[in-house]
Ligand binder design. Structure first.
Ligand code: TK8
Length: 339
C-alpha cells in the first residue's frame, strides 16, 4: 500500500514536471500563424491585416505572432483555401466568391444588385444570415471568423466606355473563379473568363483580357488605372471578404487563444470597413486624376441587366436554398422599411 502510494506520488510529480515543461516551451516559442491575403501591402486588405496582427500580438502578450503575407505570395484565394483545409497554412482573408465550390451557400453574396448600401451589408453579414452561411464552412475544415468589406464592384476595360448592356459585347472580361459571375457576365454579352486575382494585372497589361470588375479601392491599390482606360460605375454587386482559420489548427488552440483571434478579428473588421469606406468615397476623384475616364450606366440599364439575369437568380436560390433566400429578402424588406 505504502509502495503504491509512493509510486503514485512520483508519477504525479513527473506528470506535473512534464506539464510545466510543455507550458514553458509554449511560453518561449510563440505560436506562429501564417496569414495570407491577395492584394498588396498598400491596400485596404494590407492595412487591416496589419491591424489584426498587431491586435493579436498585443492581446496575447507576444505569445501569438501573425506572419502577414500579402500579394498572393502564399497562393491565390483558391490555393490558400486548400492549404487551410489541409492544415498547411493557418489563416487567410479572401473573397467569399471563390468559396462557392466548397460551401454553396456562399453564393448568396454573389447575387447581383442584392445589397444597396453599407447598412444593409453590415446587417446581413454580421447578423443571423451571415452567421448561418459562415458556420457551414466548419464541416469543410474551415473556421470563418468575420467578414470584411471588399465593396461594391465596378467595371473597367480598355476598349470603350460601357454605358449600356450591348457595350459589353465581345469584351474579354476577367471574372473571379466562380460560376455565378461567369454565367452572369456571359448572359450580359461579355466574353467572360475565370482567372485568379494574382494573374490579373499582367493579363490586363498584355491584353490577354480587356477588362475586369472590382471595387474602386482595388482598382486604385492594384494600379489597374495604368492598364485600363474606362471605368463604368455599375455597383453591380456588393462583395465581402472573409477571414478564416484552418479548422485543424483552430482545434489545437486553447479557448483563450481562440478568443484572442476572434477579438482581434472583430477589431480588424471594424477598422477595415471604415478605412475601406473612407477610401472608396475619395476614389473616383483619385482614379480620374490618374487618367481614367469615368462614366455612369445609362438610365434603366441596371434594371435591364437585372431582367436579363433571371436564370442566375434562380441558380443562386437553388444554391443557397429557398429558406435562406426568403429569409434574406424578408430581412432586406425589414431594413428598408426602417428608413
Ligand atoms: C484578392 C481577391 C480580390 C477579388 C478578386 O485575393 O479576385 O477580384 O475581388 O479581392 O479576393
Amino acid at each position: 500500500m505504502k509502495l503504491l502510494r509512493r509510486t503514485l506520488v512520483a508519477a504525479a510529480a513527473a506528470a506535473t514536471l512534464t506539464m510545466s515543461f510543455a507550458a514553458l516551451a509554449q511560453d518561449i516559442k510563440p505560436r506562429l500563424i501564417r496569414f495570407g491575403y491577395g492584394l498588396n501591402e498598400q491596400s485596404n486588405q494590407g492595412r487591416a491585416s496589419k491591424v489584426f496582427a498587431d491586435a493579436v500580438e498585443k492581446a496575447s502578450g507576444g505569445k501569438m505572432k501573425i506572419r502577414v503575407v500579402g500579394a498572393s505570395a502564399l497562393g491565390s484565394d483558391v490555393q490558400m483555401q486548400q492549404a487551410l483545409m489541409g492544415g498547411a497554412q493557418e489563416m487567410m482573408v479572401g473573397s467569399t466568391a471563390t468559396l462557392v465550390g466548397i460551401t454553396k451557400e456562399m453564393a448568396l453574396w454573389d447575387t447581383p444588385f442584392l445589397i444597396s448600401n453599407a447598412k444593409e451589408a453590415d446587417i446581413l453579414l454580421d447578423g443571423p444570415i451571415g452567421e448561418k452561411i459562415k458556420s457551414k464552412l466548419e464541416e469543410k475544415g474551415l473556421v470563418g471568423l468575420v467578414y470584411w468589406e471588399n465593396g461594391f464592384r465596378n467595371l473597367t476595360n480598355s476598349k470603350r466606355p460601357v454605358t449600356k448592356m450591348e457595350d459589353l459585347d465581345g469584351v474579354k472580361l476577367r471574372v473571379m473563379q466562380n460560376n455565378i459571375y461567369l454565367d452572369s457576365f456571359k448572359m450580359l454579352g461579355a466574353n467572360a473568363v475565370p482567372m485568379a486575382f494574382s494573374e490579373l494585372f499582367s493579363a490586363l497589361e498584355t491584353n490577354t483580357v480587356d477588362g475586369q470588375e472590382n471595387p474602386y479601392n482595388t482598382i486604385l491599390s492594384s494600379k489597374f488605372y495604368e492598364v485600363q482606360k474606362y471605368l463604368t460605375v455599375t455597383n453591380h454587386v456588393y462583395s465581402p471578404w472573409i477571414m478564416m482559420v484552418s479548422k485543424k489548427y483552430w482545434d489545437q488552440l486553447s479557448k483563450d487563444e481562440q478568443k484572442v483571434l476572434m477579438d482581434a478579428a472583430r477589431i480588424s473588421r471594424d477598422y477595415e470597413r471604415k478605412d475601406t469606406r473612407d477610401e472608396a468615397s475619395r476614389a473616383i476623384a483619385d482614379l480620374r486624376a490618374k487618367g481614367m475616364q469615368v462614366n455612369e450606366l445609362g438610365v434603366g440599364e441596371a434594371s435591364r441587366m437585372r431582367n436579363k439575369l433571371t436564370r442566375v437568380y434562380a441558380q443562386i436560390g437553388a444554391n443557397v436554398g429557398m429558406d435562406l433566400w426568403i429569409q434574406t429578402q424578408n430581412e432586406l424588406m425589414r431594413i428598408r422599411g426602417q428608413k
